[in-house]
Unconditional design. Sequence first.
Length: 255
Amino acid sequence: MSGRAVSFGVVAESYERFRPGYPEELFDMVIAYADRPVRTALEIGAGTGKATRLFAQRGVQVTATDPDGAMLAELRKHVPANVTTVHAAFEDLRPSQRYGLVYAAAALHWVNPADRWSRMASLLEPDGVFASWGGPLRLADPAVEEAVRAARAPFLESDEIPSPDGTSPDHEMQWPGTELQRSEWFTGVQQSVIERRVTMSARDYLGHISTISAYRVLPTAQRERAFSGIMQVLPDSVELSADLTVHLARRRREG
């Protein structure tokens, strides 16, 4: 697992405060795809539990896993009592039971690609649903976006994570849908987009980017200089495009 993948625990409280939660529309989309009651779910890379709450508050028995103990400690402050937590990376999970749903919220790209889908399938009931969603928060005003890019450039070319399988951003099917379509373990791959806009104060936007892994792994002095430069070019509040790209697939029946 990369350094970027385990760079979040030191900012767990900031992650909870500055990263937006997920809309009810997302829950409804997953359940409609399942087309049956979903009673149990396993979350991969649960972080501070933004997605955990979405499902647990609607009665799903969620097992939330994360390799970072600090993130899980923060998660436990915010989730219902019906949530079980497991301090483990996806690669270290051993299927003691199978779930109706396995999902990852802005976390799947940290998972080791070796045997990713066979491992995922081993955690799902036959016909169980796999779901993944995420997407960067982008500044909606092109002029503000360019000013921030210029302020960041001496320290960091980009703060986004490229497609793990090299899929072009303009390709009709995005990752991980591309991998799911090729997988022998899954069928019925669907891709949808939930459009969102978020408004933040300049200071909260800075708090948000302080949780992004690309900044977390910079040397402290460079990171602080980057933040200072970005803060100088921000208006008092910023509007962000926060669209979620959602991928859904169904585990093939065995035999």
